[in-house]
Design a protein around this ligand. Structure first.
Ligand SMILES: *[C@@H]1O[C@H](CO)[C@@H](O)[C@H](O)[C@H]1NC(C)=O
Ligand SMILES: *[C@@H]1O[C@H](CO)[C@@H](O)[C@H](O)[C@H]1NC(C)=O
Length: 507
């Protein structure tokens, strides 16, 4: 076992890239048996900004004057960039509003959650959707500017309207969480989250404040979406919303469904799928497959010990199991583990430095209402490390009661992603025990058609849908923007699966 499991976290994870070059990291790295991929990544780790998370030792309350937090705990402002967004929004809503804000998180010492809220370009009656990027510790602004937000960044850091932004069919919220991620901050490291209980309570409390401030959206359908490590956040948040509704806590959320894109939800099943996926896709040989497979039983035992509530056992499982992934990478020729068709080039396989430059501009921060002292942290290694007990826990266990209440779950996965591959996702979805599991398992595959062409293969029964998306890696909305928008639109209107088309009664 490596002396320090944290080291692996920097290399091999559902994290996109790690923006840290803290002294501790560098020291730990030198004691590690470096592999080819590792060496290159360390070079690339030298990213800006240099701090690990927005946790300040001084009291962040001094920012309150600048932020003008309201009674609701929200400090929100209408977005107005000091430049013109290029292209055509195509909006049919005449008073289209876009907001950025901070939520003063209840029951924390001093935490503020940063968010964007974009009203639908189509209709105010469209569903409210929240998006969560993974990491843990990566900012949702990565998705906003490279995947499904209203704008895309050009190479000269201008913004251009995204024709396939998810705000074309939904009122969408992007949040930076857990605390310390993106523009979210606190003065106390006791506000760093360690598990899904903390994460889901913060999100639930935010949602309550959000709907209090935007009562006109309370009756809209509400959906939770996200990607990668959000495969952990999403089921936990979904259960938290459901529990809040049942217990009549605060505002009733009109919660309809949750969607997980290339997520990590059930590690025991998903870690076992790595070698199978790698062999099926010819990125490892049969002899490598046999050799690496010998590590699976120890990983499975370790994950079982971790269970759903373990702590140090979960960190051990993490170290043991990451070796499977590490071994696969070590025999491949520099593949991009988010998209095996590509080489790993640029900062940890993709170059997303544009968003850091853009959100680092003082004019942009001021347009967003971000205090000038706060730097944008695209992926926080501090947040990541504080969540390590959480990584190997099984988050699928909470899902069956939600399905049995008719809450929709869509699990989708780009077929060329290795790290949270479709095979592992398909397996846990099939293995999940719920009242109509049998019918889901027996259901036949259907084509997901976009413009008359098959954009994916889907399987559905009742509230449960699995979709494998063609020609896409880890970030489906980046690789297949049109198909991903269609997916969201059809799913949130009950038309993703033909069987449901025109159905008069919900199943
Ligand atoms: C930035 O690039 C876009 C196209 O990508 C172009 O339309 C725009 O004029 C450029 N802006 C500047 C200031 O060069
Ligand atoms: C259904 O599709 C999956 C890929 O999403 C494939 O692995 C599986 O073999 C298909 N099942 C059948 C019965 O064709």
């Amino acid at each position: 076992m490596p002396s320090n499991p944290l080291i692996l976290s920097l290399f091999f994870s559902c994290i996109f890239f790690v923006s840290s070059s803290s002294a501790t990291t560098t020291t730990d790295l030198s004691s590690f048996r470096l592999r080819r991929n590792g060496n290159r990544m360390i070079k690339d780790l030298n990213l800006h900004p240099s701090h690990g998370a927005n946790i300040f030792k001084s009291n962040a309350r001094s920012f309150d004057d600048e932020l003008k937090v309201s009674e609701l705990g929200l400090a929100e402002k209408q977005l107005s960039f000091p430049f013109k967004v290029l292209g055509d929004s195509g909006a049919s809503v005449s008073d289209l509003a876009q907001h950025a804000g901070y939520y003063r998180i209840q029951h924390t010492i001093d935490a503020r959650m940063f968010y964007f809220f974009f009203e639908s370009r189509r209709a105010k009656a469209d569903p409210v959707v929240i998006w969560l990027t993974g990491g843990p510790g990566c900012s949702s602004e990565l998705a906003l500017f490279y995947e499904n937000g209203p704008f895309k960044l050009t190479s000269n850091l201008s913004l251009v309207w995204n024709d396939y932004g998810w705000d074309k069919v939904s009122n969408i919220i992007f949040v930076d969480q857990p605390t310390g991620t993106g523009f979210s901050y606190s003065s106390s490291d006791r506000d760093l989250r360690k598990d899904e209980t903390g994460v889901s309570n913060d999100l639930y409390n935010f949602l309550q404040a959000f709907f209090k401030a935007h009562p006109e959206y309370v009756n809209n359908d509400f959906y939770i979406t996200g990607e990668s490590y959000a495969g952990h956040y999403i089921p936990a948040f979904a259960s938290r919303v459901n529990q809040g509704n049942k217990n009549k806590e605060g505002i009733r959320i009109n919660f309809k469904g949750f969607a997980i894109g290339n997520g990590l939800t059930h590690p025991e099943i998903q870690y076992q799928a790595y070698t199978d996926y790698a062999l099926d896709n010819n990125i490892i040989s049969k002899s490598d497959y046999n050799r690496i497979n010998q590590k699976i039983p120890a990983c499975q035992r370790a994950i079982k010990q971790c269970g759903t509530t373990g702590t140090s056992t979960c960190q051990s499982a993490y170290s043991v199991c990451q070796r499977i992934f590490e071994d696969i990478l070590s025999v491949t020729d520099n593949i991009n583990y988010y998209d095996i068709r590509k080489k790993c080039e640029g900062s940890l396989c993709y170059d997303f430095s544009g968003v850091e430059s853009f959100l680092g501009k003082s004019s942009v921060k001021s347009a967003l209402g971000v205090p000038s002292d706060i730097d944008f942290v695209s992926c926080s290694d501090t947040v990541y490390r504080s969540m390590l007990n959480d990584w190997m826990r099984d988050l699928a266990v909470g899902i069956p009661p939600l399905l049995d209440q008719g809450i929709e779950l869509l699990v989708y996965a780009g077929e060329h992603d290795l790290i949270c591959n479709w095979l592992g996702n398909s397996r846990w979805v099939h293995a999940m025990s719920w009242s109509r599991q049998k019918y889901f398992v027996e259901a036949s595959n259907m084509s997901f058609l976009v413009d008359g062409k098959e954009a994916g293969v889907l399987k559905n029964h009742g509230p449960l849908t699995f979709l494998k998306v063609h020609d896409a890696g880890h970030m489906v909305p980046m690789d297949q923007p049109k198909a991903s928008l269609k997916m969201l639109e059809l799913w949130t209107t009950g038309r993703l699966t033909p069987a449901k088309q025109g159905a008069v009664a919900p199943l």
